[in-house]
Design a protein around this ligand. Sequence first.
Ligand code: EPZ
Length: 417
Amino acid sequence: MSIWRISGGNRLNGDIRIQGAKNAVLPIIAASIVTSCETELINCPRLSDVEAAMCILRHLGCIAERDGDTLYIDSRGMSATDIPHELMREMRSSVIFLGAILARAHSAQLYYPGGCELGARPIDLHLDALRALGAQISDSGGKLECSDSGLKGTRINLSFPSVGATENIMLAACAASGETVITNAAREPEIVDLQDYLRKLGVCVFGAGTPTISISGFNPVQVVGHRVMTDRIAAATMLCCTAATGGKVRLLSVEPAHFETISEALEYMGCQIERGSTEITISSNGILRAPKPVVTKPYPGFPTDAQPLLMAACLKADGTAVFTENIFENRYRHAVELRKLGSDISVVGRVAMVTGVPKLIAAPVTATDLRGGAALVVAALAAEGETQLYDVGHIVRGYERLDEHLRALGGDIHYKC
Ligand code: EPZ
């Protein structure tokens, strides 16, 4: 069990280059097998989730190698269509490979990813959509047996704009005859990045970023290069750290529009934010007021992934902040841990009320999940004393060298030997 020792009170100052987006690189890694091709992916973060996806590629018979922040994937030798249970358990979003394996091989065997800390995480929307495209899917004992005798394009309306389901449909539709139209599709920027990669691969796909996406043909190319977009949630995390500690930090190679909802909230709370085309600078004196009510929604609404992060920045803010979590049914587990630092948080159903306290006091806390763990880092940086943060494995799943970046900005955070 890895532990971080975080001593609060230091202001953060300096520049940081934000990592490539975890939630963009994972579906693009899956997309690299929809046809026999070689892919070079630039700006890929070193994350355990990315390593898990590369293990799946190798299990399927592909070559997957890393050289710094560049991944080289050769899917020409793909020879398997199954994902073993132990690899599915490593990363529940491996379900994104289902559409890609079907598109390539018309047969796929994998396991229900199962729930996680955030909730049940069902995949009914994924499976219903793939069946609508003509896939036969049976499940017994948690194992999914999938096959098709030729996928056929169709119109698919999602009852909820699921990010993963939208991505799975886009990948399976690459092999479908005729046009596939997704309505009420997810509009996240990571979907647009996936579309950009698929277009380079020779897929005729339009509409990503809007509620309607069309896929209508595929003239495969053999070699593709792509630069992965920047991680908007990693950017939001650094903004919330700086807001909470005070200081002045410039984020480099970002797309400010992708996390404008967080920037706006922090400005309302009392931070100064300067937006450039590929960078953003936040200045804070650490004295904040509570934001307007925060309601999580599918993009372009306030992202659920940033809810724990902004909550942590509110813990010493003047007034009461009200959060409503509409995306996941169990995304307040970090509140229990934040209370151990002396915060005043009450949770009733999907609503959390955070009333600012004069100070936070260091205490042993445990990361409950990826973004909940990052929220504990934000809070510990603003607490008095040394916080011991346990189970940082949750955090390194999605943040590349977060401790090193924070130390470079003046944060006192170290692994406990
Ligand atoms: C993606 O998860 C992200 N993960 C999540 O980021 C993010 O929180 C989420 O989208 C929402 O933005 C990756 O991209 C790898 P969904 P995903 O399908 O695709 C319900 C992080 O911290 N649902 O949009 O799983 C589901 O239960 C992670 O980086 C169904 O009911 O999200 C949830 O309540 C956490 N049936 C809601 O939709 C389905 O078939 C949103 O899920 C699928 C989803």
